[in-house]
Design a protein around this ligand. Structure first.
Ligand SMILES: *Cc1c(COP(=O)(O)O)cnc(C)c1O
Length: 449
């Protein structure tokens, strides 16, 4: 297969795939089974591009769940725009190294244009800025390292002490996982799945032993919990952090897109006082994987924490080579300019289209809530929050929820999974894709009868 033929094949697949708004809802198979069907694919002479691509199209992609399926309402789905997907191909084809302005200036310029819009949504001061990361986990880690380094810089007493951070039981699992990476302790405010307020944070701080209080270097609040879309009371939490002189991080990996939605923007009041914020464009800003973002009120702290020094990195002499170096503000050195697909799509469509698409997700959650209220066999457990609704099928056991999920998935109809809410197994919708229809919701609710 020559280059032109291969390119045409790839483009044909890509165009077909992104034009298809209800792609086949694949499901996983055991590795042995996949191997039995496709055979070993890595051989001394290669199996040929045509053959490998055919195996991918006929077998392997069908063992994946397309996250943009309109009836994929599980976890946090996604719905990358066609423009962003096409530009993801362009990003790869352009071979841009995204660590330093010297090599990546044009690409980083694009990323920074998109970032400027993201920062403007937060209300942080003009001096705030951010950088695209591989996802929310890497963004949270980058922010936590910056917070910890800043705390250690303030006092030599802190240098050999293990840090401690406070968060709530609604925080994403990545907060605890990344605390492990930086060898910090986590104290969890158990708020029975409801939002935390400044008063609760204050109480939690006062309950710390004196030596632990001294180790407290950051508070992580959530701007849209992944499970229920709950936003902590950011304004009052910010005040407590300010009084305590503790870094205030807001994890909006899922909810960040909603900063663009006028109908709910007030729920995020206080976010403009954050020291750092995580937003995942690959969740609710219609970017392909992977694209997260971390924003800092003061980039200096991020630079102190992340800037890498090395003999071979010190050649940036001419003026054009001076500029924003993404490597200085997050954990990676070599990086894809992964904000470029978002940039192109934003530039093409304009920010209003984004606002509308995000508002639609919020509206779909309200519509679903109303439909649940009108149905006999289901009831709302928690009214919609951002684009999440929790509801129960009357009289179902946890196993019945699981059976229902598998039945819908195996038949290729929908992927909707249960979750746990206040210790009860319940059903959960998370809307992202603006192409999800009311009819989709009706049919899914009917599948629970
Ligand atoms: C999804 C999510 C994360 C993790 O982000 P990844 O992109 O999966 O690494 C962190 N925090 C919250 C609130 C999330 O919803």
């Amino acid at each position: 297969m020559d280059l032109v033929e291969m390119t045409l094949d790839v483009m044909k697949y890509t165009i077909d795939r992104i034009s298809n708004i209800t792609p086949e809802l694949g499901a996983p198979k055991k590795e042995e089974e996949l191997l039995r069907i496709v055979g070993e694919t890595i051989t001394p002479n290669g199996i040929g591009g045509e053959n490998a691509f055919k195996l991918f199209k006929d077998v392997l992609v069908k063992a994946c769940v397309p996250i943009d399926h309109p009836r994929h309402l599980a976890f946090v789905p996604a719905a990358p725009t066609r423009a962003a997907i096409m530009f993801d191909l362009v990003t790869s084809a352009s071979s841009i190294h995204g660590a330093y302005w010297m090599e990546g200036a044009g690409g980083i310029f694009c990323e920074n244009q998109a970032m400027k819009w993201l920062v403007s949504l937060t209300g942080l001061p003009e001096t705030a800025f951010g950088v695209f990361t591989s996802g929310g986990t890497a963004a949270n880690l980058s922010a936590m390292v910056a917070a910890r380094e800043e705390w250690r810089r303030r006092s030599s007493d802190n240098v050999s002490v293990r840090g401690l951070l406070l968060t709530s039981d609604g925080a994403h699992s990545s907060v605890q996982a990344m605390a492990k990476v930086i060898d910090a302790d986590v104290v969890m405010i158990d708020n029975h799945d409801e939002r935390i307020t400044g008063a609760e944070l204050r109480r939690a701080i006062e309950e710390l032993e004196e030596k632990d209080r001294k180790r407290l270097f950051a508070v992580v609040a959530t701007g849209g919990t992944t499970n229920a879309g709950i936003i902590d009371e950011l304004d009052s939490i910010a005040s407590v952090c300010e009084q305590e002189n503790v870094w205030f991080h807001v994890d909006c990996a899922y909810g960040g897109g909603a900063l663009a939605a006028n109908s709910v923007r007030n729920l995020f009041n206080g976010i403009e006082k954050a020291d750092s914020i995580t937003i995942d464009p690959h969740k609710w800003l219609f970017s392909p994987y992977d694209c997260g973002a971390v924003i800092y009120k003061d980039l200096k702290h991020a630079k102190n924490a992340h800037s890498q020094k090395g003999a071979y990195l010190e050649i940036f002499k001419d003026e054009g080579a001076q500029g924003f170096n993404p490597a200085d503000y997050q954990i990676q050195l070599t990086r894809r300019v992964r904000g470029m697909p978002l940039w192109f799509s934003l530039a093409m469509h304009g920010t209003d289209k984004y606002k509308q698409a995000i508002e639609r997700g919020i509206e779909l959650a309200k519509i679903a809530e109303n439909k649940i209220n009108e149905s006999e066999h289901v009831e709302v457990v928690r009214p919609s929050s951002l684009s999440v609704v929790l509801f129960r099928r009357k009289d179902w056991t946890p196993d019945q929820y699981k059976d229902w999920t598998y039945k819908n998935h195996n038949s290729g109809f929908a992927l909707v999974t249960p979750t746990t809410w206040k210790k009860e197994t319940v059903a959960r919708f998370c809307f992202i894709n603006p192409d999800t229809t009311e009819d989709d919701i009706d049919k899914i609710l009917a599948s629970m009868k």
